[in-house]
Design a protein around this ligand. Sequence first.
Ligand code: HEM
Length: 482
Amino acid sequence: MAFIVLLAAAAAIAFLLHFVTKNHRSCSTYNLPPGNLGIPVIGQTFSLLHALRTNTDDQWFRTRIKRYGPVSKMSVLGSPTVLLAGTGANHFIFTNEGLILTQTRALRSLLRRSILTLTGDELKQVRSALQGYLRPEMVRRYVGKMDGEVRRQLKLNWVGRNTVNVLPLARSLTLGVICSVIFGEEASAIVDALATDFQLLGDAILSFPVNIPFTRFGKGMRSSANIRETIVMFAKKREESLLDERCTISTTDFVTYMLVLRSKGAHSLTLEDIVDNVMGIIIGAHGTTSALITFMMRHLANEPDVLAKITEEQDEIANKKGKDGALTWEDVSSMKYTWRVAFETLRTVPPVFGSFRTATKDIAYQGYHIPKGWKVFAAQSITHMDSRFFTEPTKFDPSRFEKRSSIPPYSFLPFGGGPRMCPGTEFSRVETMVAMHYLVTQFRWKLCFKDEAYKKDPKPTPVFGCPVELELREPPTMTHDA
Ligand code: HEM
């Protein structure tokens, strides 16, 4: 026992020395940005995590910017990190070729060889395949599936309830939607079996990667293994049926799509790699869109004028399609006001709070050096809540998105930017519009806690899950024969 303690202490001292000397070396040869790296290894990690957990991160960033300016150094999760602020900084972080997407060690272990962790040619191949799968012409074909899944979930989990917790139900809904597209008919069995595992996997992404059973990370690793096992079985069946039936690319399930692309030489991923990418997409898709839907519902409960306008838009569509008709691509495309409300929600409560990159070489920015290996970080709220770009930034005002051209470039980035920009933008737009259509036309709701606090964990998470009192709404008056 004493030996193990001694060994651990020696390892910790070696690690600290390595960290201190690394920074000392850097400090002496570079013109580093102002700021401090704090206590070795720990740096500002706990302070920033605390700010995220108390939803005071925006103030935290602004305090640093006021003190050190728009380029400053700090240390987060054991890495020296440069905090950047402003539209120019956003442009730099999303487009500079010397910066690559940074993932936590936990995420790399949980999602192995997915788009979120690959680099070089493999990344290019997967991105191109995924962009093809999620391009507007393809998403158009998924509208019917999304419509069916949203209606199924509302009937199952919302209708007939007096009170519901919005966040968990929105998570279940978005998991159901992405799985119904990715897995086709077998989706509901997979979702039923894996919903909890996906939740635990998502929770583990920002955890310390110590694989002990009762920790967040340990639970996440177990869930990741369960999910992988189930999806590998699904993928093997698809591989066999593809050999038998000569399937074509017209199918919407992602595994078949990737297998067909492989047979055409578009990539060389193994079946296991394809499965890792299925997991990567589901993780990218469902926590983000469910946060958007949850906070849209919360805003609508507090903004009667906005709710009235959305209702008008959605009732008109409901009238046109009749009670049982499914939404079409054209219906979704006409939901202009509802999408503006979504944008304003994304501005005020972005589901992804910021972006981390790693410098692959020494880089200069605004006269400062960013040494190779350092991290670079930009938070979305810094420009989203800046009155130079959005007047009265704390006011919820969807009309500011009426003229998109008036929004300065790189000031509004809920989906990121540059070559790693979210490939799921269109998918999330359509899914959110379909969900809001049925929520607004079928229900009215009142927040159980009007000013419920929320934390970033790392997605925005209302502390009680956003409970609401729910009422069925009278169906909209029909203006013509359906
Ligand atoms: C409201 C919904 C969503 C938001 C706000 C959002 C936001 C983002 C952001 C900000 C990034 C880039 C992170 C960075 O550069 O640091 C990203 C990446 C990604 N998103 Fe989304 N996302 C949403 C929905 C979706 C959906 C529906 C899908 C899939 C169907 C998806 C799949 C992905 C993937 C695979 C990546 C990684 C891309 C890469 O690394 O090259 N997202 N998302």
